[in-house]
Design a protein around this ligand. Sequence first.
Ligand code: FAD
Length: 417
Amino acid sequence: METGAGSDMRGITATAERQADGSYRLNGEKRWIGNGGKDVVCVFARSEAGPVALIVEKGMPGFDAPDRYDTLGLRGNDLRRLTFRDVRIPKDNVLGEAGDGLRIAMHTLNNGRMSLGTGVVGATKRLIELAITHTNTREQFGQPLAEFELVEDKISWMTSYLYGFESMAYLTTGLVDAGVPDYSMESAMAKIAGSEFHWYAVNRVFQLHGGQAYMAGSPIAKALRDARVFPIFEGANDVLRAFVALAGLKSVADEVADLRGLNLADPIGSIGILADYVGQRVRWRVRPDRLDAAHPTLARHADKVVDQVRQLRATAEKLLRIHGRDIQARQRQQKRLAHVAIDIYAQIATISRTTALFDDQGVQASGQERYIAASFCNRAVTRVAEQFERIDDNDDEQTHSIARLAYNRGGYTPRLP
Ligand SMILES: Cc1cc2nc3c(=O)[nH]c(=O)nc-3n(C[C@H](O)[C@H](O)[C@H](O)COP(=O)(O)OP(=O)(O)OC[C@H]3O[C@@H](n4cnc5c(N)ncnc54)[C@H](O)[C@@H]3O)c2cc1C
């Protein structure tokens, strides 16, 4: 990304001028580019025909990767500033056509989000193993830490959430394997849920290791440093939440005759571009039809998901009628819708995975998974209900006023009695 273009891709200022021979002249600067010291990088720039994606090779005159950033974590990533001064990019190094840059960027980001949302599954597994080993061997008050109920809670919480988010990872990657052309919504949901769950899990495992985790060289300290950036890069999570909500709202608006005139588009920078890009294809049903095949043992959970999907659609339509186009600025409501959509997706993934397991190995043999899946779904139901409740019963006005007051005062400065 660039200094002026972080979450908002519209701010990109790097330029690519097409030359008579079909090559491009690239000028500009990028910052925080992962593995920027490698032989080849893909650069997005403005061109007369729209955004263009260019392959830039090490050694091309005018291309430099001068500074390596020192970072809090992910220190194996060779993070660089890249500079381009009249770099000649031959025609053969143009990816797709000029104007295709956004589509290519979206595709790359979808893959990045999917890798992040699924990669944290493996990282969390390792953390749980470390926590189990530590709490079983470290004794306090005359017994292993693992024997305390509040330690059990943490291990159990991580295990059942991991099962849910791992199921989400299987379903999302499964969609790609099945050749589903557009998985932008699912990869965004996997990224948000996976990165936030991982952060909470790191925090809990850190707590269980006590002071030992805080010592330099501790693997948990490293995990903590690495994990903090996951909700920031590949699309900041709040930006992705808005994307998930707006893409869904747009599909509802397009479906309902008297809402079509709202013409939802371009709400906030790249979200608008994204919503436009997927709007025509995304249906806010998150494939509920799959639930018909849920194992009878899981029917209770499946029925609840079907109800949630109906309520989500009705709520989206209601909010569109209340706010009209202004829904694009109502991020608090968007966030609630996005959370519901993510939890619905996670329950669908969990139910389908567990159904496949029961069909394959029988319910008795998979007793542990049955508990874990039920626990994940039950908690998701509670979270979803809470989000729906807060759509109508919230303190959004006060929240707005408190923030504005804090902005005006420039900090926390309550008057003293
Ligand atoms: C370790 C690392 C590796 C990276 N690797 C790459 C790379 O390989 N290639 C590349 O191109 N870039 C890379 N980046 C850049 C990364 O993509 C950006 O950091 C990211 O897009 C966020 O942009 P920003 O940091 O400028 O934050 P900003 O856009 O300034 O956002 C900061 C915060 O503001 C809030 N915010 C922003 N917009 C909104 C909104 N619309 N609604 C509500 N809240 C909002 C969010 O809380 C957000 O976290 C990397 C960054 C890091 C730290």
